[in-house]
Design a protein around this ligand. Sequence first.
Ligand SMILES: Cc1cc2nc3c(=O)[nH]c(=O)nc-3n(C[C@H](O)[C@H](O)[C@H](O)COP(=O)(O)OP(=O)(O)OC[C@H]3O[C@@H](n4cnc5c(N)ncnc54)[C@H](O)[C@@H]3O)c2cc1C
Length: 464
Amino acid sequence: MKPIKWGSSFSFVASVLARDVHGRCQGAEVITRDIAIVGGGATGTYAAINLKDQGKSIVVIEKHGALGGHASTYHDPATGTPINYGVQLYYDDQIGRSFFALLNITVSRGTFPDSKTPLYIDFTDGSPVLNYSIPPPGEDYFQALHKYPYLENGLELPDPVPEELLLTWAEYLEQFNLTDEAIATYSRPAVSGDITKILALYVFNNLNTVMLEEELEGKIIVNSNSDLAEPYSKALAELGSDVLLNSVVTGGQRGSKPTDGVRLCVSTPRGNKRVIAKQLVFSAPPVLENLKPFGLDERETNIISQFEGGCYYTGVVTNLGLPTNYSYVNRGQQTESHIASVPGVVMFNPTKVEGTYYYWYTSLSDLTKNQVETDTRDTLKRLQKTVTGADVNAEPIFMAFKSHTPLHPTASADAIRKGIYRDVYSLQGYRNTWYTGSLLVTGSSQLWNITSQLLPRIIAALER
Ligand SMILES: Cc1cc2nc3c(=O)[nH]c(=O)nc-3n(C[C@H](O)[C@H](O)[C@H](O)COP(=O)(O)OP(=O)(O)OC[C@H]3O[C@@H](n4cnc5c(N)ncnc54)[C@H](O)[C@@H]3O)c2cc1C
């Protein structure tokens, strides 16, 4: 094999890593591809299927045992009914429809997933929050959102960034006299941590026109079997051995010139593999922990280290010991705008399987499955007492769990003020590496759009 020549910026760290890549991967099977894709969630899978469709060779390196990232489906063992407990719907636009068509999935116009009559309860003590409901976002929210069109499909921000966007959401609401309802409605898409402390910029970036059109106009597509992880299981079948599941990169070299390419050592259930590719697409959450093995240089480290993901978990639970004709939504009894306390369960939503619910949970620090399920169980025990008023004492049974941590990485107000997003965009293509994914927006279809715009640049880089 011809040795890869490295550019002049090849640092000491990289040379140590190079030895590491060779060392750990000594004698390992070599996989040579045009493009290596790290992360097989919404954007990584989209990139893989479309690049393959355009005749490029790819390999996907995915940490977990399935493709799909936040799209998680549990199949009820008795009936086979799919229960989506992560992603709940897909936006109806051309990009989504084309992606599903590539995967031979027939879609039709759907409706917003129904959740039965909500009961608003303070989950910390089980007390009902009376005379309270969540109306749809008001006109004042739309007016505010439309002031910042550049937040809708990414984070290409003006310079300077308007200071008001760097206020916390609670401060923004106060300064612009927005109604309480606007803040209370902000729980979808999945929002991690304490929403009062989230920067206004991220609220508008998350709860954007696409999200509102899904919710208010029902601009949604559904596949015939309602299994929202289906695109990813079909993609896995299509990509076959081009996907390395349960696999992570343990060492990497990326050169500074296009001809230098990328070399990765990948730990897989079938032993180490050496991946040699011309370009790298990084679609996993771009936080330091995930990128460390790739031999980051100083510039990359300075940028990546400023991002931190949120803590979010989802699961399926049955035998709640609660009436099954309601959904249960966490709200604070005494808190500002009835914001729910964190950490805690966000809500329990009924599913098509009577008595089985999916739940979402958020916290300020990373928790184990056991910690989340223990707290969820304790919450249900409190609700059993207060909602039913009887000595129910049912034992909840946990059927599925997924950690979505680190969710949607964000940066501090100061980092944004200093131009962190300009720096992020400037990293595209640097050292043969391209970034896509939930760093820039949260909805799947918007991320597919961003990814589709990136693919021609990646393909062009292959030719250089
Ligand atoms: C609970 C929840 C509900 C949501 N509901 C909707 C919805 O209804 N509609 C919608 O459009 N969007 C929804 N979203 C948002 C949307 O799903 C995500 O924004 C989108 O999946 C992000 O795509 P991504 O490719 O950036 O990340 P992901 O889909 O998370 O993919 C990242 C992938 O990288 C893998 N990975 C992580 N670390 C590594 C590593 N070190 N090495 C290799 N692989 C790694 C992960 O396992 C994952 O598969 C929801 C998100 C959550 C959390």
